[in-house]
Design a protein. Structure first.
Length: 158
């Protein structure tokens, strides 16, 4: 991430992309949930996390609204979250989303166009899913009247 973009994010003149948040977390040697919340005490083994309907930590990004699920766990093996796809066009992305992980996405509601830098765009509707190498540039765009809503699972970075 360049200094100009980081400065704009710090001054709240620009919302960070999901990719930018992952890069910041990786640069600080922590997971994304740790970056987005205050430091907590070590979690004992046998842990669990429950998030009730309509609750959970939210994160506003340029093209998505995320609701983090299990954000209270430190160093989880994977990161589950719900994503509301705000983008209506690929041109709304300054750059591809990408991070050093594997992602699983399940469409809960609406229709989205899944773009990648290596494959043809794929139209996905409720009940469809995709598992992909997130190092490949990618983006989701809502299509139609209903904003796309997705359940996403990102494998933790090592």
């Amino acid at each position: 991430m360049n200094e100009s973009a980081l400065s704009k994010i710090e001054r709240e003149q620009m919302s960070p992309t999901f990719s930018a948040l992952r890069k910041l977390a990786h640069g600080f040697g922590m997971g994304l949930p740790e970056l987005l919340e205050a430091k907590k005490a070590e979690t004992p083994s046998g842990r669990r996390s429950i998030v009730r309907a309509g609750q959970g930590q939210t994160q506003e990004l340029a093209n998505y609204q995320l609701r983090l699920l299990a954000s209270d766990l430190r160093r989880p093996a994977f990161m589950p979250y719900e994503a509301l796809v705000r983008a209506r066009s690929l041109s709304e992305f300054d750059e591809w989303d990408r991070h050093d992980a594997e992602d699983f996405v399940y469409i809960l509601e609406g229709t989205v166009q899944f773009y990648t830098e290596l494959y043809e765009p794929m139209l996905m509707s409720q009940g469809d899913s995709v598992y992909f190498d997130a190092r490949m540039g990618h983006a989701f765009v809502s299509v139609g009247d209903v904003q796309g809503r997705m359940l996403c699972v990102t494998a933790a970075q090592e």
